[in-house]
Design a protein around this ligand. Structure first.
Ligand SMILES: Cc1cc2nc3c(=O)[nH]c(=O)nc-3n(C[C@H](O)[C@H](O)[C@H](O)COP(=O)(O)O)c2cc1C
Length: 306
């Protein structure tokens, strides 16, 4: 039974990929996910310069998943090169996706050019963080023309495959994906967090996150993410990294049947520890055996046929 995935010419030993933001850009931590069964990893979104992010508390669990307003903190791309080298040496068979952001299009293009020279297999363009509107305005992925313009500008300077990460917080995600595809995206990552949402502490009578609002991930996001992946699959020919609420084997199967070739996994790492990758891949294998499939690619998008 084959669960390996050829994604934009890159071989992933299985479809699970650590979603951007979990475990930062730290090479050793990301490599420990690969050692625990992740097919590949995505590093945290990185900007040109160091960013402090939002004040604590920034990540809070609730019964449906997580809400976060980390605010894209990080050390800046030039300081992070060695982390990608550490990862590459520690996990040579598990691809790594570098995720980039920028305060504006000029910075995005500059960061993309630098990331293209780093030892990453692919570059994810984070056009969709919902927690930094106050600083950067509406996410690029909320507007089809901005998505097209930014994809085109980055495509011009980057040789490696690029995946455009989209937001679920739009009326027609398929149309946005189409604009990315038209300007040269090789793949779509669907989706980033939903919202923003808010949790209030009744005792303190104020929002729990210091930033007041944050992006919702995990189980609460799953039905929205499945629909987004389904819509993107209908709209484009390029492959999808299906992300959002993949916390168990059933959710993984839903995402593959909706059209995901790879599965971005984030919140599950926090709730299930490192067991989530093997748990999910075992469940996919079990399903394939029971249902008579021999290659995981046979499952991708099957929900569209019925
Ligand atoms: C604490 C935290 C930090 C995140 N940081 C990033 C990030 O830096 N870049 C990005 O593209 N997405 C980021 N995300 C979004 C995840 O990559 C993912 O799209 C989202 O959490 C949905 O997947 P999940 O339900 O499996 O967590 C972050 C999410 C969380 C909870």
């Amino acid at each position: 039974m084959n669960v390996s995935v050829d994604f934009c010419g890159i071989k992933f030993p299985n479809p699970t990929v650590v979603a951007s933001g979990y475990l930062g850009v730290t090479g050793a931590s990301l490599a420990s996910c690969a050692k625990n069964g992740a097919g590949g990893v995505t590093a945290k979104t990185i900007f040109m310069d160091e960013r402090p992010g939002h004040p604590n508390p920034t990540v809070v669990a609730f019964p449906g998943g997580l809400i976060n307003a980390v605010g894209l903190c990080g050390e800046g791309i030039k300081n992070a090169k060695h982390e990608f080298e550490i990862y590459r040496d520690s996990a040579p068979d598990n691809p790594i996706i570098g995720s980039i952001g920028g305060k504006n299009l000029k910075e995005l293009v500059e960061v993309a050019e630098i990331m293209d020279t780093y030892p990453v297999d692919m570059i994810e363009l984070n056009f969709s963080c919902p927690n930094v509107d106050d600083e950067m305005g509406r996410p690029i992925a909320c507007d089809p023309l901005m998505t097209a313009e930014a994809t085109k500008a980055i495509r011009k300077v980057v040789k490696k495959p690029i995946s455009v990460k989209l937001s679920p917080n739009v009326p027609d995600i398929g149309m946005i994906a189409k604009h990315a595809e038209m300007e040269g995206a090789d793949a779509i990552t669907a989706v980033n967090t939903m919202g923003p949402g808010m949790l209030i502490d009744p005792k303190l009578r104020r929002p729990i996150l210091a930033n007041k609002v944050g992006g919702v991930s995990g189980q609460a996001l799953k039905p929205i993410a499945v629909r987004c992946v389904y819509d993107v699959y209908s709209a484009v020919q390029i492959p999808i990294i299906a992300t959002g609420g993949v916390v168990n084997g059933n959710a993984a199967l839903e995402m593959i049947l909706a059209g995901g070739s790879l599965l971005g996994i984030g919140s599950a790492i926090m709730s299930n520890d490192m067991q989530c990758f093997t748990m999910i891949v075992d469940k996919i294998r079990e399903y394939m055996e029971e249902e008579g499939f021999t290659d995981i690619s046979e499952l991708v998008g099957l929900a569209h046929e019925n």
